[in-house]
Ligand binder design. Structure first.
Ligand code: IPE
Ligand code: IPE
Ligand code: MG
Length: 261
């Protein structure tokens, strides 16, 4: 996607010194970046605060990351906000998160309009509280015609549930005679995932140092490059994103083949 060089240079002015815009090759950016936004609870606890404060601080990191990806001209950013397993958390924390998702989207919608960001959701929105679902639906409707970066928010998302759902959709098409079982291939599955129409992520970032996927995009991340940082999500900023991209660009991606010469 195209980017505005002046706006980009302003965005990355006054860096921390160890990394700058010059460290990344603008011609080889990942087109889709995925982030597992982790460590909010630990960030709050380290400050003697309750976990919800970490989630609130995490909103600022997401806004900065969205703006940074737009400035870089990234095509798609996907972010894991709430997993199908996160319902196991204390009810108070779950309620707080659902309310935070709704209020955040209301507050950030003008930014998405200004930056031409198209919002999509990954996950089953049916199970969300009505307030949250209604705001999400409004966000979808208001950004549907946007042609800029796609922001895919994973909420009530679980990759195994997503793949099982795709299997059900394939089975229904086969049972109805719309599809021949022998024609079920990778594309047939991929186009029934929540990410249909999005390219696979090329770079996966996980904050807070955890070395696991936690049921995120198991299918789509097949050949993604992983970047795990000890930085907790509320401390993640544009410079850490640049470090991740610079690391990505230093990798040799083979896709199962052999790199010649
Ligand atoms: C990530 O931070 C946000 C969500 C899962 C909603 P955590 O809440 O998992 O923070 P830690 O991992 O407990 O520090
Ligand atoms: C993954 O983080 C889910 C999100 C970031 C939304 P978790 O904190 O839920 O993952 P685990 O429990 O450490 O695997
Ligand atoms: Mg966590």
């Amino acid at each position: 996607m195209r980017y505005d060089a002046d706006a980009l240079a302003r965005h990355f002015a006054d860096g921390p010194g160890d990394v700058s815009l010059a460290d990344v090759d603008m011609a080889r950016l990942p087109s889709h970046i995925s982030i597992i936004m982790d460590g909010n609870g630990r960030w709050a606890e380290a400050r003697g605060m309750e976990r919800p404060y970490g989630h609130m601080a995490g909103v600022d990191s997401l806004r900065e990351t969205i703006t940074t990806c737009v400035r870089l001209g990234i095509d798609a950013l996907s972010a894991y906000a709430f997993s199908t397993e996160n319902w196991k958390r204390p009810q108070r924390e779950v309620d707080m998160l659902m309310h935070l998702f709704a209020t955040t989207l209301v507050n950030e919608l003008p930014l998405f309009v200004q930056e031409n960001v198209r919002l999509v959701f990954l996950g089953d929105l049916e199970a969300l509280p009505r307030e949250t679902r209604e705001v999400f639906e409004e966000g979808l409707a208001k950004t549907a015609s946007h042609t800029g970066m796609v922001l895919a928010l994973a909420v009530n998302y679980g990759s195994r549930a997503e793949i099982a759902r795709a299997c059900r959709l394939v089975a229904a098409d086969v049972a109805a005679g719309r599809m021949d079982p022998g024609s079920v291939d990778e594309f047939a599955v991929a186009e029934r995932l929540y990410t249909a129409g999005l390219s696979d992520p090329e770079l996966l970032i996980r904050t807070s140092g955890e070395l696991r996927l936690s049921n995120f995009l198991l299918w789509q991340l097949a050949y993604a490059e992983f970047y795990v940082t000890p930085v907790l999500w509320p401390d993640f900023d544009r410079w850490e994103l640049l470090r991740a991209v610079a690391s990505f660009q230093g990798r040799e991606r083979r896709f199962g083949g052999v790199v010649q010469g």
